[in-house]
Design a protein around this ligand. Structure first.
Ligand code: IPM
Ligand code: MG
Length: 369
């Protein structure tokens, strides 16, 4: 049987990045044994690892590798302790992560938040607020808004400084992310909650107008608008009301972390960042939604599930390999159902739970594939 060959750039980055990436690669190797697929995985440094290896958070060779690859599997970057040693524009978050998002036009960030029933104890909400389970897809716009708008600077003024960030969105930017949200909702429970701050921000008014207009093309999907402050509160009060949450960049950044806490741990939350589809191929960037967690790095404590579920998203969205993607999702489900828990999702009150380290969790999932 001949195999399909895919090229993956694996950029582990900093903190827990390398150890969770190792487990993700283990799982990819298990997929190769089970399906007629072959992965050419090339690792390259990024973030502080890039600065240490080649003097830049995104070394030229790493960027070149990304261009030659079918998709990017990313770990995480940033070590706040080292930040004071270099100018802020050169720090990994901006010079590597934001730059890659912009460079590859990855405007659509999908962050699925699901609370498996076995992890109900890890959810900070009372049982009755969890309903039949939490299952939310945060669709975050990723290349616009405050994180990229110009001017962006800090200038001196008498008596101190003045810091300026600019929130800016255009109609086409809002339209394309809205289409992504409505299409995703059609495959789910057919509801979009669009988040904005239309009561204060010009951006919010435009966002609401454009999303409403795009929504007319999807009569089968219910559209509701919600102010971001209320959205943050509703996530705590009644998270089961949400199906797809459509957010601009910063609101999506904040609400996706909040939503992730509902799923027990940020260590469970994968993400896909997608650009436009080119002749049937969607180049994508896949990463855990969490950060580098320097406090637990290198201790075999990190939860590799977000990284592993990111691999499943990669196979599904960029390679169209749904069976292999589902095999990974199911393997993660099995590892959880059989009581395997990294520290972040462990509770001593669970009778059958076993506390495991990063690499054992990876082994269990890989063998379940
Ligand atoms: C995320 C992260 C990044 C972001 C940081 C590290 C720049 O918080 O992916 O959510 O804000 O987008
Ligand atoms: Mg974030």
């Amino acid at each position: 049987m001949s195999s399909k060959i895919f090229k993956i750039a694996a950029l582990a980055g900093d903190g827990i990045g390398p150890e969770v990436m190792r487990e993700a690669i283990k799982v990819l190797r298990a997929v190769e044994k089970k399906f007629p697929l072959q992965f050419q995985i090339t690792e390259a440094p990024v973030g502080w690892a890039g600065i240490d290896a080649a003097g830049k958070a995104l070394p030229d060779a790493t960027l070149a590798l990304c261009r030659q690859s079918d998709s990017i599997l990313f770990g995480s970057v940033g070590l706040p302790d080292r930040d004071p040693t270099i100018p802020k524009e050169e720090r990994p978050e901006r010079a590597a992560l934001l730059r890659l998002r912009k460079e590859f036009g990855l405007f659509a960030n999908l962050r699925p938040v699901r609370l498996p029933k076995e992890l109900a104890h890890a959810c900070p909400l009372a049982k009755e607020r969890q309903g039949d389970g939490i299952d939310i897809l945060v669709v975050r716009e990723l290349t616009g808004g405050m994180y990229f708008g110009q001017p962006k600077k800090t200038e001196e003024i008498p008596g101190g400084h003045r810091a300026i960030d600019t929130m800016v969105y255009t109609t086409p930017e809002i339209e394309r992310i809205a289409h992504v949200a409505f299409k995703a909702a059609q495959l789910r429970r057919k509801k979009v909650t669009s988040i904005d701050k239309a009561n204060v921000l010009e951006n919010g008014v435009l966002w609401r107008e454009v999303v409403t207009r795009v929504g007319k093309n999807y009569p089968d999907v219910a559209l509701e608008h919600m102010f971001v402050d209320n959205g943050a509160m509703q996530l705590m009060l009644r998270p089961t009301q949400f199906d797809v949450m459509l957010c601009e960049n910063m609101f999506g950044d904040i609400l996706s972390d909040e939503a992730a806490a509902l799923a027990g741990s940020l260590g469970m939350l994968p993400s896909a960042s997608l650009g436009a589809t080119n002749g049937g191929n969607t180049f994508g960037f896949y990463e855990p939604a969490g950060g580098t967690a320097p406090d637990i790095a290198g201790k075999n404590l990190a939860n590799p599930i977000a990284q592993i579920l990111s691999v499943a998203m990669l196979l599904r969205y960029s390679f169209g390999e749904n069976a292999a993607a589902s095999a990974i999702d199911d393997a993660v489900g099995k590892a959880i159902a059989t009581g395997h828990r990294t520290g972040d999702i462990f509770s001593a009150s669970e009778p059958k739970a076993t506390r495991v380290g990063t690499s054992l969790m990876g082994d269990v999932i890989a063998s379940a594939v």
